[in-house]
Design a protein around this ligand. Structure first.
Ligand SMILES: O=C(O)CCC(=O)C(=O)O
Ligand SMILES: [Fe+2]
Length: 283
């Protein structure tokens, strides 16, 4: 039999905590650097597109996002253009489809038939002190669906410090099973779709768990169970926090199979039509 990707320790941590951090999992030179270069090139193209002079130094993996803060200070919508563009970088697709990712699912989920969640991959750009797109406390399942036992792959492109705002996770909370959600009042929020979902009885739930906020860097990988509670940190740095996420699921998990592996908001589906029992109306 070929060697496992995950150690026995990592497997049992994931089972116990619903989260595990794999240091230096991807190859910085071959897997990560081409993605950073792709972002650098796209920032250059957006500059050309909007007639902004490019005074950047040559590409380096440490400063691949140079010029981005300047662009969004001129026009925040150009940041949205970059956000939509960078998830189409071929090297990013190669990382999403990296053979080790599929192996991870097979090792974590017995008899899995692995799938990549369509529309469930992208590169977050969390800008300093911007709240609109910050993820509130959530389980992944309602906003992704596909299968109950999916796994979030989370891997940064910059050094994740306390200031830039690591993702925060409640180890062990996946054992709650799927939890009901409510929707924040859209009239009193600038959020839409999945960003409106909030856990029902959030404070009481969170009071029962400790929190971890792992400091990671390019090449590291955090795996999160689709049911573990997690939230975005607050970026109080001056640089944007660039991080990649994609989701694998399991075609052989009965709940997902019974709804035909439907996707959620990103697939144009309102999750409460699939799981009305997980929705608590606040009206
Ligand atoms: O990176 C973040 O701030 C949130 C990440 C998250 O919720 C996810 O990757 O599923
Ligand atoms: Fe999430």
């Amino acid at each position: 039999m070929s060697r496992s990707v995950l150690t026995q320790d990592q497997l049992s941590s994931f089972e116990r905590d619903g989260v595990v951090v794999l240091k230096n999992f991807y190859d910085r030179e071959n897997d990560i650097l081409p993605i950073q270069r792709g972002i650098y090139d796209i920032i250059g193209q957006v500059m050309i597109g909007h007639g902004v002079e490019d005074h950047r130094s040559a590409f380096s993996p440490e400063t691949f996002d140079d010029g981005y803060q300047h662009l969004i200070s001129m026009n925040r919508a150009w940041g949205g253009e970059i956000y939509d563009a960078v998830k189409q970088i071929p090297a990013f697709f190669r990382l999403v489809g990296h053979p080790s990712n599929e192996r991870i699912i097979s090792e974590l989920r017995k008899n899995a038939v692995p799938g990549i969640a369509a529309g469930g991959y992208g590169i977050r750009i969390d800008n300093p002190r911007e709240d609109k797109f910050r993820a509130m406390w959530h389980q992944e399942y309602p906003s992704q669906l596909r299968s109950l036992d999916g796994v979030v792959f989370w891997s940064p492109l910059v050094a994740i410090t306390e200031e830039i705002g690591p993702v925060v996770v409640c180890p062990g909370s996946h054992r709650e099973g799927p939890l009901p959600v409510i929707e924040a009042d859209p009239d009193n929020s600038n959020r839409t779709g999945t960003y409106l979902l909030m856990l029902h009885r959030e404070a009481e739930l969170l009071s029962r768990y400790s929190k971890i906020a792992p400091l990671t860097g390019p090449g590291d990988l955090i795996l999160m169970d689709f049911l573990v509670l997690h939230a975005s940190g607050h970026n109080i740095d001056t640089r944007s926090r660039w991080s990649m996420q994609f989701r694998y699921f399991n075609f052989s998990e009965p709940t997902g199979r019974s709804h035909g592996w439907k996707g959620s908001f990103a697939a144009g589906v309102d999750f409460k039509t699939v799981h009305p029992e997980l929705y608590v109306s606040s009206k």
